[in-house]
Design a protein. Structure first.
Length: 391
């Protein structure tokens, strides 16, 4: 690798001219215009004339890894931390990992990695952002509850709403994850209005808020099933079956034959009719109300499932993993935008876009466009004592 050219005097002679910084970085001297010093747009750390782990060749002292100006860590170390966070590692553990690799003092503070998430995640996600709602869309949400003195407090300060693209070839994608102060109709309306386009099919549970929001965003979804509307709305078979089992348990009817039939009731029209005929023999008003509400709708769904999903299972699995990952941090999470940027990292990781080399390339390009300077830190803050997430 030859010495870099001076940006002000491209034809002048350049030589190495000492180093600077806590982790030493190469400074250069240009002979043009009486002589002056300069650094590269992305200054490189000095090496001890070792080998590159990527290309297995010898490196000169000025050929070390690049990093942002006014920063201690290299682009590759920043990318490594962001990949690990997207895999579920906490900010503190990721910070300890990077500090250990850089031979820096290790302590419990994770703000360094939190700042990187704030600064770099938007530019990582920009090139992979969805442009419209997919053909088959799964919708679901996961609530976050707060415990007090190791007991449920009954308070639900926020939720994570999710949208998932189901594909027949198995190349499923997380389309959108968003933290909100709840899962009300208005929350879902804003969530569904965030992207253009109209899905052909939507699968969701029977909760009132998302159904009401869909009717507001796409009024045709309020029409009865089978009327040829687009999108066609399928109620999740798994959630319907779980609700029926809860009713059986509540009314002590788990020994009824319908309890065994519910497992296969959504397999086809014949199985559903057999299940309904059996369940009608239960003299429980709540179960009869459930059958009145869903008998004809599910009959239409099982007849028109084709080879496409009628369950939100893939999305619910991801939402549960998110809740499990954040379970010990859920009380300390108060800033909505910071949480949404963490969710973007999770989404990039699930969709197969995460990688140290890929992230490094995107970060270097962004830093080069800013003359080597990193985006400003800690711009996303809440007023003292207030939370942009909790309600």
């Amino acid at each position: 690798m030859s010495l870099p050219s001076c940006p002000s005097h491209p034809r002048a002679r350049v030589s190495r001219w000492g180093s600077y910084g806590t982790r030493r970085r190469q400074r250069f001297h240009c002979s043009g215009n009486g002589g002056h010093t300069f650094t590269e747009t992305l200054p490189r750390q000095m090496t001890a004339t070792g080998d590159c782990d990527e290309c297995e060749r010898r490196l000169a002292a000025h050929e070390g890894p690049p990093g942002p100006r006014q920063g201690t860590y290299t682009v590759r170390e920043i990318a490594t931390a962001l990949v690990r966070v997207g895999e579920g590692m906490s900010y503190r553990k990721a910070a300890r990992l990077i500090r250990g690799k850089a031979h820096r003092l290790i302590h419990r503070d994770g703000r360094m990695v939190a700042d990187w998430v704030e600064a770099y995640v938007p530019l990582l996600a920009a090139s992979h952002a969805p442009t419209a709602w997919p053909d088959v869309l799964l919708l679901d949400e996961i609530p976050f509850h707060i415990r007090y003195q190791n007991k449920p407090s009954g308070r639900q300060p926020y939720s994570v709403l999710g949208a998932f693209e189901w594909r027949p070839d198995g190349e499923h994608k997380l389309v959108r994850l968003e933290a909100r102060g709840g899962a009300s109709k208005q929350d879902w309306i804003e969530f569904l209005s965030s992207l253009p386009g109209t899905p052909r099919r939507i699968v969701c549970d029977a909760a009132k808020s998302p159904l009401a929001a869909m009717a507001a965003v796409w009024p045709q979804t309020a029409m009865p099933p089978g009327s040829g509307q687009t999108p066609e709305v399928f109620l999740c078979h798994y959630h319907l079956g779980r609700r029926f089992r809860e009713l059986l348990k509540k009314h002590r009817a788990l020994d009824h034959p319908a309890a065994a039939l519910i497992e296969d009731a959504f397999s086809g029209p014949w199985e559903w009719r057999w299940f309904v005929a059996t369940a009608r023999s239960l003299a429980v008003p709540a179960i009869q109300t459930w059958l009145d509400a869903y008998e004809s709708r599910v009959a239409w769904q099982v007849q028109h499932m084709r080879d496409e999903t009628a369950s939100t299972g893939p999305l619910e699995t991801q939402l549960r993993e998110i809740r499990d990952t954040l379970t010990y941090r859920r009380f300390s999470i108060r800033n909505r935008e910071r949480l949404n940027r963490w969710l973007l990292l999770w989404q990039l990781n699930y969709n197969g876009h995460a990688g140290e080399r890929h992230y490094s390339t995107l970060i270097r390009a962004a830093l080069a466009s800013r003359a080597g300077y990193a985006p400003p830190r800690r711009q996303i803050t809440d007023a003292a004592g207030l939370s942009s997430l909790w309600r």
